[in-house]
Design a protein around this ligand. Structure first.
Ligand code: FE
Length: 354
């Protein structure tokens, strides 16, 4: 009996100890989970390139920080951020247009960041002076021409594309997307609204067809003889030339790249960039993420895999980009692309650029 009691007491003591242990274990586990849960960065992005996932995976591998991605247009993401307010899970916003970054900053959706590393990796022209956004790559909007039908000597400026010699020979994508909006905004900034309207009207008159499809489709259409010249971003040509489809490679090979306005203001460029959101729950991770994306390793991937121009001057040279040649870029303040966006959209409507 005495023994039984002894065992019973010992059992009780054991049980209490086990409970204490498991409570402690439970707590430890919860803390670990909490920490693990914090090792994320929530990304709202308008970038629509398969190669980005490769970049995000590399970041996770190097830092242990998981990248959660929400993909939509910048306009939709900006709206989402506004609706979510301080409850937003987003840590960063990535756009393919400096104008949209300007808009997000104006709406109070971004937070100023100060980082020595970012200032060192990104030249001042490609980041916001107050630290609200940072350019990751820049993109040149050029004239792609059919090598067998157009001589580069016939090309000169964006303005010259309204010349009647290009009647029914020119194509580009619709005005609903950022790239042409930014190009027109740059013309408004340089030449004023009236001249910009004249330009847009002249371009529409020279269209070989109503705008449809993306930049890749314009290049393919030039290759197919639908038009002789197209206004496109260079990296889409890079994608065609590196496509798995032999027809796409052939289409890419049949066009040349011409950088307009080299004798005056330079070729229009826009940025794809990123900003930390105003209520970022994981601000530290967000900053690390931007530091990674503007570091040499990621910049080499932007250039080598997606054929964009890296903002970091220390990035390696990429043969394909070099083959298109160096060029003078329009030194416009990227804020201007945002400031004139609404005017640009209204002009497109007025002149019937679909
Ligand atoms: Fe694009």
């Amino acid at each position: 009996m005495k023994n039984i009691r002894k065992y019973f007491l010992a059992g009780l003591a054991m049980a209490a100890l086990t409970t204490a242990c498991s409570t402690k274990k439970q707590e430890q586990k919860e803390t670990a989970n909490e920490e693990k849960k914090d090792q994320v960065v929530n990304v709202y992005t308008h970038r629509h390139y398969a190669s980005d996932q490769q970049l995000f995976d590399t970041f996770t591998k190097e830092t242990g920080i998981k990248v959660n991605v929400v993909n939509a247009s910048a306009d939709e993401l900006i709206h989402k951020l506004e609706m979510e307010g301080d409850k937003s899970p987003a840590d960063v916003l990535i756009t393919v247009d400096g104008g949209r970054l300007y808009r997000a900053k104006e709406k109070g959706l971004l937070k100023a960041i100060s980082s020595e590393k970012l200032n060192e990796q990104i030249p001042a022209h490609y980041r916001d002076k107050d630290g609200y956004w940072f350019g990751l790559t820049y993109r040149a909007r050029v004239i792609a021409y059919a090598k067998d039908r157009v001589k580069p000597e016939e090309l000169s400026t964006y303005e010259d594309l309204t010349n009647s010699k290009w009647r029914k020979r020119l194509i580009t994508r619709s005005s609903s997307q950022e790239y042409n909006q930014a190009l027109l905004a740059s013309i408004i900034e340089h030449s004023g609204e009236e001249k910009a309207k004249e330009w847009a009207r002249g371009i529409v008159e020279n269209f070989a067809r109503d705008p449809k499809g993306g930049d890749r489709d314009q290049i393919k259409a030039v290759a197919a003889g639908v038009a002789d010249i197209a206004i496109v971003n260079t990296y889409y040509l890079g994608k065609l030339l590196n496509s798995k489809s032999p027809e796409e490679v052939k289409a890419g090979q049949s066009v040349g790249v011409f950088f307009p306005n080299q004798e005056d203001r330079g070729t229009h460029v826009n940025i794809s960039g990123i900003g930390v959101t105003a209520h970022a729950p994981h601000e530290e991770n967000a900053v690390r993420f931007i530091e990674f994306l503007s570091g040499v390793e990621a910049q080499n991937m932007f250039a080598g895999v997606n054929f964009e121009y890296p903002v970091n001057p220390k990035a390696d040279h990429v043969d394909l980009l070099d083959s298109w040649g160096s060029f003078k870029t329009d030194p416009i303040d990227f804020d201007a692309l945002g400031k004139h966006n609404q005017e640009a959209v209204m002009i497109f409507d007025e002149v019937g650029w679909k």
